[in-house]
Design a protein around this ligand. Structure first.
Ligand SMILES: [Zn+2]
Length: 440
């Protein structure tokens, strides 16, 4: 058993001073408020938060950071850069890159990541000898980095959607695609949950998955978290309207994909009816504000979705930024710019978005809170840095950055301390991974 005393800690009912708790076999026990430190307890100064969930990640996109801005461009030209990178990766380079990226996430305060995985097959589009070799690389990477992982394995079958229907796969997309939905299902059924890993499922998008397959994916993944990219760009809505005569949200609803276990990623360009449909079905919406602004996607209706009944979560998506506080502030600050109002989300709501809601959407309903019996994942934020000093402890999410993370603990085990991951500084791990990529 390890004992802790936190000067301030976020519990399910808000921020409290003088909080003691113990960790036994990776879970919280004896959480109590308003006490003196017990003898032998580790003292946690600053503000202790529950574990923070990165609800949507594509680890390999990290290699594009700071390299796609020279000629401006659009989401679609950015995607060309991403495809060029995807074409080069193999299981070894994927492992080393993902391990470094997951270390960067852990160092930034993320304790669980939902890795939306679609780079399945070899450079020729053929399955590896182990058809999950790329997924196995991600699992090994997360395990070595000490971060919990939900491997959200995406079904990807077509090269895009136009007014006349779905397009054939191009040469890079062949790596993403299984021969058909049965092959996808057979492949993901070979992977199993562990203490630190959950296997989730995804329909990549209505662009990459024809409507008749959506229901099959929903039924195949009945017990698993189910994610789907939704209406990130107006072009997806226009193509869906032209071909199917409805919005992407309506298409998902008609094919049984929405509900409490489902997370719609982005949910940026929605109609009033879409918002009602997502909210009333309690479908989660994963906002990725640093990506959505980087790619000029737009500002999604976060407050309206939350009011309609959708739990919100956040994700780092294409890794232009890996910083949970930047994502949380993005949700609130984009709302402020769009509406001319402050305080669209309370500080407590922002913490819940990153913790309880994020964990639940990734298939970890017993994580994301500091409470008896919950998974002992937590993060200590410095309150004495140049950014955070003077902040109210319950408003620290408005001031802190990833650089203010003091300790990151998963299942009671320290995985990062003083801005340094247990495997070494994430910048060094990234440099090694980038060298390996250059040599390919
Ligand atoms: Zn994505």
């Amino acid at each position: 058993m390890s004992s802790y005393w936190a000067a301030y800690a976020w519990l399910p009912d808000g921020c409290h001073a003088d909080v003691g708790f113990d960790v036994v076999e990776g879970r919280f026990v004896g959480v109590r408020v308003g006490i003196e430190p017990s003898a032998g307890a580790e003292i946690l100064l600053g503000v202790t938060l529950p574990g923070l969930a990165n609800g949507h990640s594509h680890a390999f996109h990290r290699a594009l950071r700071g390299r796609t801005h020279a000629a401006g461009g659009t989401f679609w030209t950015w995607r060309q850069h991403m495809y060029a990178l995807a074409a080069r990766l193999d299981p070894d380079s994927y492992l080393s890159l993902a391990r470094a990226v997951f270390a960067e996430m852990a160092q930034a305060g993320y304790t669980v990541v939902g890795e939306f995985h679609y780079l399945h097959h070899d450079q020729g589009g053929r399955p590896y000898a182990d058809p999950n070799a790329m997924g196995a690389a991600l699992i090994q990477a997360a395990t070595e980095a000490g971060i919990r992982l939900t491997l959200i394995d995406a079904c990807y079958l077509s090269g895009g959607l136009t007014a006349t229907g779905h397009l054939p796969l191009d040469s890079v997309q062949q790596r993403f695609a299984d021969r058909n939905v049965d092959h996808w299902q057979a492949r993901i059924s070979l992977m199993n949950d562990t203490d630190q890993v959950r296997i989730g499922a995804a329909a990549h998008s209505v662009r990459a998955v024809p409507a008749e397959v959506l229901r099959v994916i929903g039924e195949a993944a009945e017990e698993q978290p189910l994610h789907v990219h939704l209406s990130e760009q107006p072009a997806e809505n226009a193509a869906t309207q032209a071909f199917y005569g409805c919005t992407p949200t309506e298409l998902l609803a008609d094919h049984g994909l929405l509900g409490r276990r489902t997370t719609a990623v982005h949910a940026t360009h929605l109609t009033d009816t879409d918002i009602k449909t997502l909210g009333s079905s309690q479908t989660s919406a994963c906002f990725c504000p640093t990506t959505e602004r980087d790619l000029a996607d737009g500002i999604g209706p976060a407050r309206r979705l939350a009011d309609a009944g959708s739990p919100l979560t956040v994700g780092s998506d294409q890794q232009a930024v890996i910083d949970p506080f930047e994502e949380l502030r993005g949700v609130e600050l984009h709302e402020r710019l769009a509406t001319g109002e402050r305080g669209r989300f309370t500080p407590g709501e922002l913490i819940m978005i990153a913790s309880v809601a994020g964990y639940r959407s990734l298939g970890w309903p017993d994580g994301g809170r500091i409470a008896d019996g919950a998974l002992a994942d937590f993060v200590v934020v410095r309150s004495d840095s140049v950014r955070t000093i003077g902040s109210d402890p319950d408003q620290i999410a408005y001031a802190a950055t990833a650089a203010d993370i003091d300790q990151v603990i998963v299942a009671g085990r320290v995985i990062a301390r003083d801005g340094r991951h247990q495997l070494g500084p994430a910048a060094r791990l990234l440099a090694i991974a980038f060298d390996q990529l250059e040599a390919l």
